[in-house]
Design a protein around this ligand. Structure first.
Ligand code: AMP
Length: 403
């Protein structure tokens, strides 16, 4: 972490008021109960470390997509209980994130408790990256710690403008995430392999264009592979039986040409699982590419030959970056390829042979469904930020903390 500022660069924090921009954007049910506390639990080590260093910790976050101030469905007050439970300390909730209530609460803070401020996005200025709002936010604090990697691709006031106004650093979570992602793409051990799946080519163009210039091997699977198969002359793939995007054929050809020019090997499906209906346990069969039925069946997964080929490529790789499922993983048995390749990657990782990083969108649930969520080197829960990083873009919330 020599490149970015971390908590270790902040000096003595004893007695200082430290604002922690966390990601507490947790899912809740209709009774406003938190249904998955992962983001809370992952923030707690940074809070504890700051408290151990004698800092007065003031936590801020966004939650959901509030319509404006007073949208109680998106109030961070709903998470106080879970934060207290995970932290083991008293949490004082403040019904605003700027202004006199916050200043008063900081003045009255007791040892061994923290403040949790109301949703930053109750102010539209937050998303606009407004500097005056950032000034108000940091007015009562001494030091700023930025720990919300999942929002790092946004130029929001709490992610960029506020960071510039006080001595600032990454929190441990952001540090861990940036470290893992750097090892995955920026400074990887080679051969480096990427697996990209998911539904459509059109949503992943930037990602594919960046990857073919950086990785040694690119596995393309899922619905998006259908366009690449068609582009490479597999005529049995058509609009009736697959997700092929005919208007993307030329683009797919260009991506394959760029790959060739950059010595990137593209790995496409060798066989596919076709299904009579789009529902779990529908009638299905595995067929070679020249036997894909022209109609009445849909390509929902890749077959055992493809799985074996991908796994063999993994055996010959040192680093893996993965985004997107290989098939329709939400329905059995069309999660087969995703599960088998995920298990193999997990085994190689556990054996110390592979550094594996995955993330973005459905990838986290696909890998959880495969039961490997704790067996990869790193699984990023940050959707958009992870994808933009895979696209090779600079993330404003990360760049701002370059030394
Ligand atoms: P994305 O958000 O682009 O990563 O796409 C994820 C979605 O792609 C998942 O919901 C999968 O069910 C879907 N998907 C993967 N493979 C296929 C396929 N062969 N046919 C239809 N949908 C697919």
């Amino acid at each position: 972490m020599t490149q970015y500022k971390t908590i270790d660069d902040l000096g003595d924090l004893n007695g200082k008021v430290v604002m922690l921009r966390a990601d507490l954007n947790v899912p809740m049910n209709e009774k406003f109960e938190v249904t998955n506390t992962a983001r809370i639990d992952r923030t707690v080590p940074t809070i504890k470390e700051l408290m151990r260093k004698g800092a007065k910790v003031v936590v801020t976050s966004h939650l959901g997509r509030p319509e404006g101030k007073g949208d109680m469905a998106n109030s961070l007050s709903h998470i106080v209980k879970d934060l207290e439970k995970s932290l083991g300390k008293h949490v004082v909730f403040v019904d605003d994130c700027i202004g006199p209530h916050v200043e008063e609460a900081i003045k009255n803070m007791k040892q061994d408790e923290i403040l949790l401020l109301e949703n930053l996005r109750f102010y539209k200025e937050e998303k606009k990256g407004d500097e005056n709002f950032a000034k108000e936010l940091v007015k009562p604090i001494d030091v700023y710690v930025s720990d919300a990697f999942s929002t790092a691709h946004r130029d929001h006031a709490s992610m960029v403008a506020a960071v510039k106004l006080r001595p600032a650093a990454f929190g441990r979570l952001m540090e861990e995430e940036v470290n893992a992602l750097s090892k995955g793409l920026n400074d990887p051990k080679r051969p480096l392999i990427a697996i990209v799946g998911g539904s459509k080519v059109s949503t992943k163009l930037d990602l594919l264009n960046n990857l073919v210039k950086k990785v040694d091997k690119l596995v393309i699977s899922g619905g998006m592979a259908h366009t690449f198969m068609k582009a490479s002359g597999i005529d049995t793939v058509n609009e009736a039986n697959s997700l092929v995007q005919m208007d993307m054929i030329d683009t797919a050809k260009e991506i394959m040409a760029t790959a060739k020019a950059n010595n990137c090997k593209i790995v496409l499906p060798l066989d596919v699982v076709v299904s009579k209906e789009f529902k779990p346990m529908a009638e299905h069969k595995t067929v070679d590419l020249d036997h894909i039925p022209a109609e009445g069946w849909s390509l929902l997964d890749v077959g055992e030959k493809t799985i074996a080929a991908i796994n063999a490529e993994l055996d010959e790789s040192k680093t893996l970056v993965w985004n997107g499922p290989l098939g329709v993983f939400e329905m059995k048995p069309f999660d087969n390829a995703t599960n088998k390749v995920a298990e193999h990657a997990a085994d190689l990782t556990q054996a110390g042979k592979l550094m594996s990083v995955a993330g973005g969108g459905d990838t986290v649930s696909a890998l959880a469904n495969a039961g490997v969520e704790n067996k990869f080197s790193y699984i990023s829960t940050a959707g958009g930020a992870f994808l933009e990083w895979m696209e090779g873009k600079e993330l404003p919330g990360v760049v701002v903390l370059k030394k």
